[in-house]
Design a protein around this ligand. Structure first.
Ligand code: ATP
Ligand code: MG
Length: 418
C-alpha cells in the first residue's frame, strides 16, 4: 500500500469542518478590515526566496523544497507567502493606482523540517500583508486582528509578544554590541550560532537550542540602541496597543528569522502547544519591495500557522458537521424509486436527505440513519404507499408525525423547519 509522504498529512472529514469554520471566521475578519484575497502559485523561481528570505536563514539553508524542472530551471515550493505576494505586487504594478494595498492569503507552504507535533513539511498559513503605510499604527492593527481572531476562535492562553528590530541606521550599533557579547559566550553556543555570530548575529537570538538560550540570557537589548525615530515608533506601538486594550509583553529576543524585517516585530504565542509555541508571527519589512525590484514602499504583515491554530482552537468540529436532515428508509422497489426522486428534490431544495440503495431491512436502515445522525427518518413501504401517508420520526424526541404523500416535499419541509 502506498502511504503519503512523511511530514505531509490528510485533512479528513471530521476535521476539515473545523478548518472550514476557522477559514470562515478569518475571511470575515479580513473582509471587515478591508483586506482583499490574493491567490498566487505554490511554486516560484528559487531566486525569489533566496533573495527575500535571506541566505542565512533556516528556511533557505536547509528547509526549501528546491528542484530543477524538466528544462533545468530551479524552482521552489513556496516556504512562505510574503515573497510571492511582494513579487505579484511589483509585477502587476499594484502600487500604481494606490500604493496602499491590503491582501490576505490562505494556503499550503512547504518546508523540509523534522516532522513532529505541530511541525509538518506541508503546512498551511493564513497570511495578511499591508503595503504602502509607514505608520506603526497599521502594525498595531495587525496585532489587534490576530488577537481578535484567536479570541473568536476560542484559543486559550495566548499572548502577544512584541519587539522592534530598529532600522538600518541604528541596528548596526546593536549588532556590534551583540556580536561583542557573543564573543564572550562562544564556548556555550552551538555551531550554527557560531557561524551566525559572524554573519548575522541577530539570528543567534532566535536559536532554539536550550544551551544557547541560557548563554544569551544577558544579551543586550535592541531597546537600548534605538535611534530617536525608532524609539518614537516603538512608543507609538505600545501606546496604541494600550489604548486598544490589547495586552502584550515586550520580548527583547524576538527577532524574525528573515532579513527584510525592520522595526515592529511580533509573535503570538500560546501556552497550549508545548515546544511549538508560536502560532503566528509577523512584522514590518520596509526594505523588501525595493530589494525585489519595486519602488521604495513600506510593508508589514503576518503569517498564522493554520495547523497549530486548528489544534488549539476551542471550537468543536461536531458543531460544524453537516448531518442529514432526513433519512428515507424505503422498503421495496417502488418505494426506493420514489425515495430516490425525493432525496434529489430535497437536496435541490437545500435539505440534506439520504437513503439506502440496496434494499436493506428496516432495522439496518434505522441503524444507519442513527449512525449518520439524521434528524428525521421517514419510513416508506408498500403499506404507506397504499394508504398515501407515512410516519416521520424525530430521532431526538422519538415523536412521530403522519404526513400525506401528496405534496410530500412541502409536507416534509413543514416538519423539518417547524
Ligand atoms: P518556528 O519557530 O515554529 O519554526 P517560524 O519562525 O519558522 O516558526 P514563520 O516562518 O514565522 O515560522 O511562520 C509563521 C507560522 O507558521 C509559525 O508561527 C507557525 O505557527 C507556522 N509554522 C511554521 N513552520 C511550520 C511547520 N513546519 N509546520 C506547521 N506550522 C508551521
Ligand atoms: Mg521554522
Amino acid at each position: 500500500m502506498i502511504q503519503l509522504i512523511r511530514g505531509f498529512k490528510d485533512i479528513l472529514p471530521g476535521e476539515v469542518e473545523l478548518w472550514q469554520q476557522i477559514e470562515k471566521v478569518a475571511r470575515q475578519l479580513f473582509d471587515d478590515f478591508g483586506f482583499k484575497e490574493i491567490r498566487i502559485p505554490i511554486m516560484e523561481r528559487t531566486e525569489l526566496f533566496k533573495r527575500s528570505i535571506g541566505e542565512d536563514t533556516d528556511i533557505v539553508e536547509k528547509e526549501m523544497y528546491t528542484f530543477p524542472d524538466r528544462k533545468g530551471d530551479l524552482i521552489t515550493l513556496r516556504p512562505e507567502a510574503t515573497a510571492s505576494i511582494v513579487r505579484a505586487y511589483i509585477q502587476h504594478k499594484l502600487f500604481a493606482k494606490d500604493p496602499v494595498q491590503k491582501f490576505y492569503l490562505l494556503g499550503p507552504m512547504f518546508r523540509r523540517e523534522r516532522p513532529q507535533k505541530g511541525r509538518y513539511r506541508q503546512f498551511y498559513q493564513i497570511d495578511a500583508e499591508i503595503f504602502g503605510v509607514a505608520s506603526p499604527l497599521v502594525d498595531v492593527q495587525l496585532i489587534l486582528m490576530l488577537v481578535t481572531l484567536f479570541n473568536r476562535l476560542q484559543v486559550p492562553d495566548i499572548s502577544a509578544h512584541i519587539n522592534t528590530l530598529g532600522c538600518p541606521k541604528c541596528r548596526p550599533g546593536f549588532k556590534s554590541a551583540l556580536q561583542a557579547m557573543l564573543m564572550t559566550v562562544s564556548d556555550n553556543l552551538c555551531s550554527n550560532c557560531i557561524r551566525r555570530r559572524d554573519r548575522n548575529p541577530l539570528r543567534v537570538l532566535d536559536c532554539k537550542v536550550p544551551a544557547c538560550r541560557q548563554a544569551l540570557k544577558d544579551a543586550p537589548s535592541i531597546l537600548d540602541h534605538l535611534c530617536s525615530e525608532c524609539q518614537a515608533d516603538f512608543t507609538e506601538v505600545r501606546n496604541s496597543l494600550d489604548k486598544l486594550k490589547v495586552p502584550y509583553v515586550i520580548d527583547k529576543r524576538l527577532v524574525r528569522g528573515l532579513d527584510y524585517y525592520a522595526r515592529t516585530t511580533f509573535e503570538i504565542q500560546t501556552g497550549s502547544l508545548g515546544a511549538q509555541s508560536a502560532v503566528a508571527g509577523g512584522g514590518r519589512y520596509d526594505g523588501l519591495v525595493k530589494e525585489l525590484g519595486g519602488p521604495q514602499i513600506p510593508a508589514t504583515g503576518f503569517a498564522i500557522g493554520f495547523d497549530r491554530l486548528a489544534e488549539i482552537s476551542g471550537l468543536q468540529t461536531s458543531d460544524y458537521e453537516r448531518k442529514p436532515d432526513i433519512y428515507l428508509a424505503a422498503l421495496g422497489e417502488k418505494s426506493q424509486s420514489l425515495a430516490f426522486e425525493w432525496i434529489c428534490q430535497l437536496g435541490l431544495a437545500g435539505i440534506g436527505a439520504e437513503m439506502d440503495f440496496s434494499d436493506k431491512s428496516l432495522k439496518s436502515q434505522m441503524k444507519r440513519a442513527d449512525r449518520l445522525g439524521a434528524s428525521y427518518v421517514l419510513i416508506l413501504g408498500d403499506k404507506e404507499l397504499d394508504e398515501g401517508k407515512a410516519l416521520v420520526r424525530n430521532m431526538a424526541t422519538k415523536e412521530q408525525t403522519s404526513v400525506s404523500l401528496n405534496n410530500i416535499l412541502e409536507n416534509l419541509k413543514k416538519v423539518i423547519y417547524r
